[in-house]
Design a protein around this ligand. Structure first.
Ligand code: ZN
Length: 210
C-alpha cells in the first residue's frame, strides 16, 4: 500500500500524489525544491492481526482499496489481547493469526475507548464465548446470526455499554453500526476515493480547504 502525500506550491489548496511530480500541476513550476516538505496523509487502514482488543472490519470479498464500494458486504471480528482475530462465518469460528488475512482493515479500539480494566476479562470472556454451541457452524444464518452478531454478542459479554455510557441496556447492531462502523467506513471511503483518483489521473488538486 503506497502512502498518499500532500504538498503545497503556488495555491493554498494542497496537491495529493503518490510521488512528487517534476512540475506543479497548477502552475507548471519546477518542484525540485519545495518550501515545506510533503506530508503523508495517515491511512485509515491497519493490519487487524496486530491490533489487540478491538473490533476489526474488512470487505467480505477483496480489499478496501481495490474492491470496496458503498454497500459492499463487510466482514467483522474481534481481536484478543495478542491481536489474533476471532470471527464467525458460514464455516464456524475462525482464529486468524496470519498477518495477511486482515492486512487492510478498519479497527475500533474498544479497550482504548472504554477502560484498561476491560483487558483483564477480555480474553477469558472471548474464549468462553467461542466455545458456546451458539457459534457452531449449524447456527449460522447470513442475516440473522452472522459475523456481526458474534461481535455484538461479545461486546455485550464484556458489558460495553455499561463501560462506555453507563447504560445497562445491551448495545444493538444498529447502535454500534451507526456510532462506530459507519463513521469508520465513511472516513475510509473518502480516502479510497482520493487514492483511486490519484491512481487513475495522477496528482489531484484539493477541492476544498479543510
Ligand atoms: Zn504551482
Amino acid at each position: 500500500m503506497v502512502s498518499i502525500l500532500k504538498f503545497n506550491h503556488c495555491k493554498p489548496q494542497g496537491i495529493f500524489c503518490f510521488n512528487i511530480p517534476p512540475v506543479c500541476p497548477v502552475c507548471k513550476g519546477n518542484l525540485s525544491s519545495l518550501r515545506s516538505p510533503p506530508v503523508a496523509i495517515p491511512t485509515p487502514f491497519i493490519n487487524g492481526v496486530k491490533r489487540p482488543c478491538s473490533v476489526v472490519v474488512k470487505p467480505t470479498v477483496g480489499s478496501f482499496l481495490r474492491d470496496y464500494k458503498s454497500g459492499s458486504n463487510l466482514h467483522t471480528g474481534v481481536t484478543d489481547s495478542k491481536g489474533c482475530v476471532h470471527n464467525y462465518d458460514e464455516e464456524g469460528i475462525h482464529t486468524d493469526t496470519d498477518s495477511t488475512t486482515w492486512e487492510q482493515s478498519l479497527a475500533i479500539p474498544i479497550v482504548d475507548l472504554v477502560d484498561e480494566v476491560l483487558k483483564d476479562i477480555w480474553d477469558e470472556r472471548l474464549c468462553n464465548m467461542i466455545s458456546e454451541p451458539n457459534w457452531q457452524i449449524d447456527r449460522y444464518h447470513p442475516d440473522l446470526h452472522n459475523c456481526f452478531d458474534f461481535v455484538i454478542n461479545f461486546l455485550n459479554c464484556v458489558q460495553f455499554n455499561n463501560w462506555k455510557v453507563k447504560c445497562n441496556e445491551p448495545i444493538t447492531k444498529s447502535q454500534f453500526s451507526t456510532e462506530y462502523i459507519v463513521p469508520a467506513t465513511s472516513k475510509a471511503a473518502r480516502y479510497i476515493s482520493l487514492y483511486r483518483s490519484i491512481e487513475r489521473y495522477g496528482p489531484v488538486i484539493q477541492q476544498q480547504l479543510g
